[in-house]
Ligand binder design. Structure first.
Ligand SMILES: [Zn+2]
Length: 271
């Protein structure tokens, strides 16, 4: 239900403006790749009428593009082989490897950040500010095991291809480092909207890790109505079809109606 709420919100928000909606799967880590999970996502989106305006984009197919993005950042980057143990307890990397500028295998690639104050506007949260050196410090754009990091892959894709990004507030912290990368890559950042995520009554986010029940596709119209209710959109008490619910949702969509804390999810909301 948590993913449906966010997917539906981003769908309505862009469709109301007459835009196109794209689905991207962030599957860059082969160790965490889950073909069954991917099939389930596809089926579930389809059952709820949420089909993208174009083929589903898989990040795992674009490693070569990410590698060229990494190379474009070379002037700002250095190689780091600090172990997890060495970094333990540090919230900000102290830059111990900044002198390692020549390519070295089995090293992660880190970007050196500055201490300029930057601003951005979030359509839901308002104006936000960050100072890279204070908020996150030098961060990894390429992993030691030769894979792109989530930050670089997402910054590159969003900056290159998307004009609007609406996602859950659990990803808000990712925005500043991603904006930093887009700036260094000369990409135009999208307009951001971060909305509250669905949680259990104790405040934990609904996810596979927290044993949220998998969304059933048996009654998608009921799920859509529930998702709209969580989003504060006040859906009418009607027996609409999936198509009618989406039509209603786009027509009546109000970002400002989303409550700052969504009503907690309970088992009775599960069909
Ligand atoms: Zn290091």
């Amino acid at each position: 239900m948590g993913s449906l709420v966010t997917a539906l919100a981003s769908f309505c928000d862009i469709k109301q403006r007459g835009g196109l909606w794209f689905v991207r799967i962030d599957d860059i880590d082969p160790q965490r790749a889950d073909p069954k999970g991917l099939e389930h996502i596809k089926k579930s989106l389809m059952a709820h009428g949420l089909s993208g305006d174009g083929p589903m984009d898989l990040q795992s197919h674009r490693q070569a593009d990410y590698a060229s993005a990494r190379d474009r950042l070379a002037d700002f980057c250095y190689f780091c082989n600090c172990s997890r143990k060495q970094l333990q307890g540090m919230s900000i990397y102290p830059g111990s490897c900044r002198h390692k500028r020549a390519f070295t295998a089995d090293h992660a690639v880190r970007i050196e950040v500055d201490d300029e104050r930057r601003l951005f506007l979030d359509q839901y949260k308002g104006e936000c500010a960050f100072v890279a050196s204070e908020h996150f410090g030098d961060f990894t754009i390429w992993r030691r095991d030769n894979l792109v990091t989530y930050h670089l892959a997402t910054a590159y894709d969003d900056g290159l291809r998307h004009s609007h990004v609406l996602r859950g507030d659990d990803l808000f912290e990712m925005t500043a480092p991603q904006l930093y990368l887009m700036e260094k890559l000369g990409l135009r950042p999208p307009e951001y909207t971060h909305i509250p995520v669905l949680t259990f009554a104790d405040g934990t986010k609904l996810s596979k890790q927290t044993h949220a029940p998998a969304l059933s596709i048996m009654k998608p119209e009921v799920n859509l109505r529930n998702a709209l209710r969580f989003l504060g959109q006040q859906p009418p008490n009607e027996q609409f079809t999936v198509g009618q619910w989406l039509e209603w949702a786009i027509r009546h969509w109000r970002l400002e109606a989303i409550p700052h804390t969504l009503a907690p999810f309970s088992q009775s909301d599960h069909q």
